[in-house]
Design a protein around this ligand. Sequence first.
Ligand SMILES: C[C@@H]1O/C(=N\OC(=O)Nc2ccccc2)[C@@H](O)[C@H](O)[C@@H]1O
Length: 473
Amino acid sequence: VMFLLLAGAGVTTAQVQPRLLPAEQEISLKYGAERLGKRQDADMKRFRDNRLGAFIHWGLYAIPGGEWNGEMYGGAAEWLKAWAKVPADEWLKLMEQWNPTRFNPKAWAKMAKKMGVKYVKITTKHHEGFCLWPSKYTQYTVAQTPYKKDILGEMVKAYNDEGIDVHFYFSVLDWSHPDYRYDIKSEEDEIAFARFLEFTDNQLKELATRYPTVKDFWFDGTWDASIKKNGWWTAHVEQMLKEMLPGVTVNSRLRADDYGKRHFDSNGHLMGDYESAYERRLSDPVKDLKVTRWDWEACMTVPENQWGYHKDWSLSYVKTPLEVLERIVHAVSMGGNMVVNFGPQPDGDFRSEEKELADAVGRWMSVNGECIYGCDYAGWDKQAWGYYTRKGKEVYMVVFNSPYSRHLVVKTPKDVKITKAVVLNGKEVGVKETARNEYNVDMPAKDSGAPFVIKLQIEDNTNAADKYREALT
Ligand SMILES: C[C@@H]1O/C(=N\OC(=O)Nc2ccccc2)[C@@H](O)[C@H](O)[C@@H]1O
C-alpha cells in the first residue's frame, strides 16, 4: 500500500530512500535492478575515475544546422526533422550531401587529449536513423554517402590511439524505420515492434562486434510507451552487451522494469550501471545530495539546448569556459562524471567556440586535473567559495569565489583535522583553527585570476583533547 501511495504521489521511490520497503517486503521484479549498490570492478572504477568526457553529436542534422527552407529554428538542431516536420524520406536525402572533407580523426583526438577528456561518447545513430558505421541492417548509413568510409571506425581508432576511451551513444528511437512504434495498441503494432526490436538487437551486436574496444553504451530514445511496455527487452539488451563485452558499462536510461519504471525500478533501485538523467542540469550541492549515493554521469550543452551543430549560436546564451568548468567540478564534487558536448560542423571541422573551449578547459585541467581524475564526493559541508573533491586522504578545495575576508572557511567532519594546505602548482598557505572543526584557510598571496585548487592534508582527530569546553547553559 505504501508503495502504491507513494507512486501515486508521483514521488519516485528513489527520491525517498535507497530501499523504500524492507527487503522482504519489496515487490518481486523480473526486469528490475540486477545489483544493489555501486559496481566495484576495475572497468567501473575506470569509468568513474575518468570523470571528464566529451560528447560528439554528429549526424545528417549537422548539414542543415537548424535551418530548413530558409527558416531558422531555435530548437535542438538534431531535432530539426521534427521541428520542421520533414518526412523521413526527404530528411534522409541529406545523405547525398554527407561528405565531411575536412574530417581529420587524428586532429579530433588531439583536441580531446589537450582538453583533458578521458573518454568520448559518439552518436553512432541518433533519432534520425542515420548510422555513422556501415550497418548491414539498414540502407541509411555512411557507406551509402559520398564519404563511403566507416567514419565511426576512424574515430574509434583515433581516440583509442590517443589513450582515450570510446563510449557509444545509441538511440533506440529511430525515425527512419517503418517498424518503430510509439505505443503498442494492436496486434499489428506488436508484430511490427517485435521486428524493430530484432533490428535493434542486430545493430547493437554489430557495434559490439565491429568495435570491441568500446567501453560503454549510452542509450537514448527510450521514453516511449512501446519501450516501457517491453522492459524485458531493455534488460535483455544490457545482458547481451555484457556477455559480448565483459566489463562494458550501460546507462540507466536504457532500462524499464516490469511496470515500465525507468532509471530506478519499482523498488527504488538504480538499473544499469550509472544514472543518466542529469542532462543540462545538476543536483543542488547543498539541498539535494541523493546522487552521492550512486554512480551517475551528467551531460551538458554549451549553448542552452544545442547538441547537434547549429549555424546560429546567437539564439541562446553560450556558456563561457569558466561556466563549463564550474559544471565539471560541481558534478565531480557530488560523485558524478561530466560529459561536455561538441557538435561538429558538416565539413568535419569544429566551430571556433568549441576549439577555444577545449583549449581553455585543457589549460586548467593540465594544472588542476588531479582534483578531478579519480576524485569523488568529499562528504564535507559545501562552502560559498566553491566545491570539495576527495581522493583518499586528500581533500581538494576548488575555489571559484574569492571572499572579501581573504579567508576560506572550512568546516571538517567531527573526527577530522587539517594538517596542511598547498595550492596546486603553487605554495603552502596558512591554516588557522577558529573553532571546533572550523578553520580559516588563507588565500594564496598572488591572485591567478582564475579558479584555483588547494590540496588539504587531513588527519584523524578522534581522541584530540576538547579545548573548546562550552560554558554550561
Ligand atoms: C543527449 C540528448 O538526449 C536526448 N534526449 O534526452 C532525454 O531524453 N533527456 C531526458 C529524459 C528524461 C529525463 C532526463 C533527461 C536527445 O533527444 C537529444 O537530442 C540529445 O541526444
